[in-house]
Design a protein around this ligand. Sequence first.
Ligand SMILES: [Zn+2]
Ligand SMILES: [Zn+2]
Length: 198
Amino acid sequence: MIDPIELVDKKDPEKVIAHACGKCGTVCRNGKDAVEHCEPRLCKCGAVLDRTQAICSACWEKKRKADLQAKIDAAKPISATDYDGPVHWEQGDRYFSDVGEAFEHLADDGVRDAILWPCDKLYLALNACDIIRDALETQEHHDEAEASEKAEKALQDFLDGWNDTFGEEVESWFPRCDEIVEIPQAWWDRHDAGQRND
Ligand SMILES: [Zn+2]
Ligand SMILES: [Zn+2]
């Protein structure tokens, strides 16, 4: 440990106004920071950290794995044969429109430990209230400007029809972790048998 340098006002040398690191001279917020400035920062495992790290990369990786395992343990397993929807492949960070497509990719790459999350689908839905509010803002109407309830409802009735017809043109997928999709062993058996016959 190196003692910090006390910085004083020349006019009042009794009063310490700041501290600097005793080794490199950098001025710090307080005495404690100055003492620690050039001391190596340590991870809880004892590894030396660089200035930008709060945790070493080995501990970070360990924590990431433990967090993922906890997420998997908390999820209810469902068979791929009982699930019809898009999936997110955790390790590859890729989305597939259904489990069949995911399996084709995984089988090609020989990935047998894939973690697959089911995804909720979200379609585009236009909302009268939002559209009117955006228009009032972008057209810079006065602060109290608003459309009547009747006017808003008329627009929403129109939009409901539009949403039904066109909403599914825009689709986004959001993985959820309450369930985890499992590839049945039979799929792999069939795949392996197919390969042997090639
Ligand atoms: Zn220093
Ligand atoms: Zn560590």
